[in-house]
Ligand binder design. Structure first.
Ligand code: NAP
Length: 292
C-alpha cells in the first residue's frame, strides 16, 4: 500500500481526494484542525508519524478578497506553509503535489496560458500563491504544481452553491459576462492528481514541474450561471429559471482584481496522461446531483 498524506483534507479538493483514493493507496487526510501547515513542528511531526510516500497539499488560504486585507495569513498559508511541506518532503525524499491557480497571471492575454507564460499576479492571493510555487520549486525538485481555475465541488462554498441559493431567492440576478475562464470540478482535479500518483507508483519517477489543468470549454461566469440554472431546474433544485442579466466587471467591484482572461492551455497534462480534460457541464451534473 502507498501511504499518501493529504493536507487541507476538508476543503473542496481535499474532500474529493480522500473520497476518490484509488485501490492500493492508503490516505491520511488531515483537516486544518489536525494539521496546520503554517506550523513547522506540526508538519514535521505528521511526516515523522505517518511516514507517507507522497504528500498532496490541498490546503490553501483561498479567500481572494479577504486576502487583500489579510496578507499576513495568505502568505503564512500559501507561501510559508508550502515551504514547510517542501522542506519535510525534501528531507524524506518523497514527492509533493501542490495546487496553484490561474491568478498567477494578469489576465491580459487573449490565447490560453501555457505553463511557460509570464506570470504577473494582480492581487495578494495571486502573489501569495506564486510565492508558494516558487518556494516549492526552489526547495524540492520532486514536485508537481497543478494550476487550476474556477473550482466547484459538492463540499465547501463556491459559485455553484451561491447561484443555487440566489436562484431560489430571486427572479432575476446579474452576473459578470466579461471574464473568461474554465470552471473545473474538484473531483476532476482529484482524479488527475491520483493518476499522477499512480504513474509515480508504477514508474518510480515523474516529469516534475508545473502543469495546467482545467475543464473545458471556456466560458464566462454568466455562461456558467445559465448552465447551473438550466441543470438545476432539470434536477428540481430550483423551481423556475431566473433571468440572468449580463454585467461587466466594472459593474461588480470587488476588493481583489479578477483576471479578465483565465483560460489555461492543458495540452501538457493531456499529453502526459493520454486523455482530454473533461467537460465542466458533465462534471456539473455530478455536483448538482449531490445537492439533491
Ligand atoms: N477555489 C477556486 O476557485 C480555486 C481556483 C484555482 C486554484 N485553487 C487552488 O486549489 C486548491 C484547493 O482549493 P479549494 O477550492 O479546495 O479550497 P478550499 O475549499 O478553501 O480548501 C482549502 C482548505 O485548506 C484549509 N486550510 C487553510 N489554512 C490551512 C492551514 N494553515 N493548514 C492546513 N489547512 C489549511 C482550509 O481549512 P479551513 O476551512 O479550516 O481554514 C480548507 O479546508 C488551493 O490551492 C487553491 O489555491 C482554487
Amino acid at each position: 500500500m502507498v501511504k499518501v498524506l493529504i493536507t487541507g483534507a476538508k476543503g473542496q479538493v481535499g474532500t474529493e481526494l480522500v473520497k476518490l483514493a484509488p485501490a492500493g493507496f492508503t490516505v491520511i487526510g488531515l483537516g486544518s484542525d489536525q494539521l496546520n501547515i503554517t506550523n513547522q513542528q506540526q508538519v514535521a511531526a505528521a511526516v515523522a508519524e505517518y511516514r507517507p510516500s507522497l504528500i498532496i497539499n490541498a490546503a490553501a488560504y483561498t479567500a481572494v478578497d479577504k486576502a487583500e486585507s489579510n496578507a499576513a495569513q495568505a502568505f503564512a498559508v500559501n507561501e510559508q506553509g508550502v515551504a514547510w511541506l517542501a522542506e519535510a518532503a525534501q528531507a524524506a525524499d518523497i514527492p509533493l503535489f501542490h495546487i496553484s491557480t490561474d491568478y498567477v497571471f494578469d489576465g491580459n492575454a487573449t490565447i490560453a496560458y501555457q505553463e511557460t507564460a509570464a506570470v504577473n499576479p494582480q492581487g495578494v492571493y495571486g502573489v501569495s500563491k506564486l510565492a508558494g510555487e516558487q518556494v516549492l520549486a526552489k526547495t524540492h525538485s520532486k514536485h508537481i504544481i497543478l494550476r487550476t481555475s474556477w473550482v466547484f465541488g459538492a463540499e465547501g462554498s463556491n459559485f455553484v452553491k451561491t447561484m443555487l441559493r440566489l436562484g431560489k431567492e430571486r427572479d432575476e440576478l446579474t452576473v459578470v459576462a466579461d471574464q473568461y475562464g474554465c470552471p473545473t470540478s474538484a473531483a476532476s482535479i482529484a482524479q488527475v492528481l491520483w493518476q499522477l500518483a499512480k504513474n509515480y507508483q508504477q514508474q518510480g519517477d515523474l516529469p516534475w514541474g508545473i502543469y495546467n489543468f482545467s475543464n473545458s470549454p471556456r466560458g464566462t461566469w454568466h455562461d456558467f450561471a445559465v448552465e447551473i440554472f438550466k441543470q438545476g431546474l432539470a434536477l428540481n433544485l430550483i423551481s423556475k429559471l431566473p433571468e440572468v442579466k449580463s454585467i461587466t466587471t466594472a459593474d461588480y467591484p470587488t476588493p481583489a482584481k479578477r483576471p479578465a482572461w483565465s483560460v489555461l492551455d492543458c495540452t501538457k497534462i493531456e499529453t502526459l496522461l493520454g486523455y482530454g480534460v473533461p467537460c465542466w457541464k458533465s462534471e456539473l451534473v455530478q455536483v448538482l446531483k449531490d445537492q439533491q
